[in-house]
Design a protein around this ligand. Structure first.
Ligand SMILES: NC(=O)c1ccc[n+]([C@@H]2O[C@H](COP(=O)([O-])OP(=O)(O)OC[C@H]3O[C@@H](n4cnc5c(N)ncnc54)[C@H](O)[C@@H]3O)[C@@H](O)[C@H]2O)c1
Length: 248
């Protein structure tokens, strides 16, 4: 029997990269899943892969920055599964630009998806998670901990996710809810392809590179899976780097 057998888990950003790998890992470990993402076709693919591993998995095409869509997705999940045991906020975007040229539209969109989206999912799910003494894992980034060039909105949004995580942990920890975040860096996904910007300073860009090599999304999935086990229950309000020693 898988270690997440009997749990119902809501996961955003499941279409590709870390989100897809986490969905597959949790499906393998017996969880029932609701997968949310805007990329419809890839979301369907991940959903089918999870189902073929024996998991009761459904998908919801939604934008995490849309309050109404998130509210409906979470209440719909509660109706369908009866309970929610964990929520994992993985959806994110990174829009590159020299900071003095960064458009306000891109800045606000980045905050809306990465930070507001995480907040909305947490807010809607907390009433259900309090009933199950459940847990939340948010995906921040090493960019919340050390500066990165050409990605100012992204870094600010991920620092916001870190602060939000600690605040929720303090506010709800005494009521049995566990809230943690992880700070990945150097994971091989679409997001870590070289940014298409004019005259990037490569030395600055590679400042947060892993000491040895880039890692696979599956390794991040393993950490997320651990954080929602009973064994990890005493870890609360923590942020864990998974970056190959980049910021050690
Ligand atoms: N790859 C890395 O090295 C790294 C490092 C630090 C943090 N992260 C974080 O990990 C998370 C996953 O990123 P990834 O590397 O797997 O990249 P990715 O681009 O493969 O995954 C991002 C996912 O989020 C989804 N998404 C984007 N906007 C959305 C929205 N508005 N609503 C719903 N879904 C949306 C995308 O469709 C995609 O499935 C992100 O939050 C990212 O910031 C990644």
């Amino acid at each position: 029997m898988g270690q997440h057998q009997g749990k119902a888990i809501f996961l955003t950003g499941a279409s590709t990269g870390i989100g897809r790998a986490t969905a597959l890992r949790l499906a393998e470990e017996g969880a029932s899943l609701v997968l949310a993402d805007i990329a419809k076709d890839k979301l369907e693919k991940t959903t089918k892969e999870c189902q073929s591993l024996g998991s009761e998995t459904i998908s919801i095409e939604c934008d995490v920055s849309n309050e109404m869509q998130i509210s409906e997705a979470i209440s719909g999940m509660a109706k369908q599964f009866g309970e929610i045991h964990a929520v994992i906020n993985i959806a994110g975007i990174q829009l590159w630009s020299h900071s003095h040229e960064h458009s306000l539209t891109d800045f606000e969109r980045t905050l809306a998806v990465n930070l507001t989206g995480t907040f909305l999912v947490c807010r809607e799910a907390i009433p259900y998670l309090l009933k199950t003494s459940g847990s939340i894992v948010n995906v921040s980034s090493t960019t919340a901990l050390a500066g990165i060039p050409y990605s100012v909105a992204y870094a600010a949004s991920k620092a916001g996710v870190l602060a939000l995580t600690k605040s929720l942990a303090v506010e709800y920890g005494g009521k049995g809810l566990q809230v943690n975040c992880i700070n990945p860096g150097g994971i091989k996904t679409e997001m870590t392809k070289m940014p298409q910007i004019e005259d990037p300073d490569l030395k600055l860009l590679l400042r947060q590179s892993p000491l040895h090599k880039f890692s696979e999304p599956e390794n991040v999935a393993g950490l997320i899976s651990y954080l929602i086990t009973d064994e990890a229950q005493h870890i609360n309000g923590e942020s864990i780097r998974i970056d190959g020693g980049a910021l050690a």
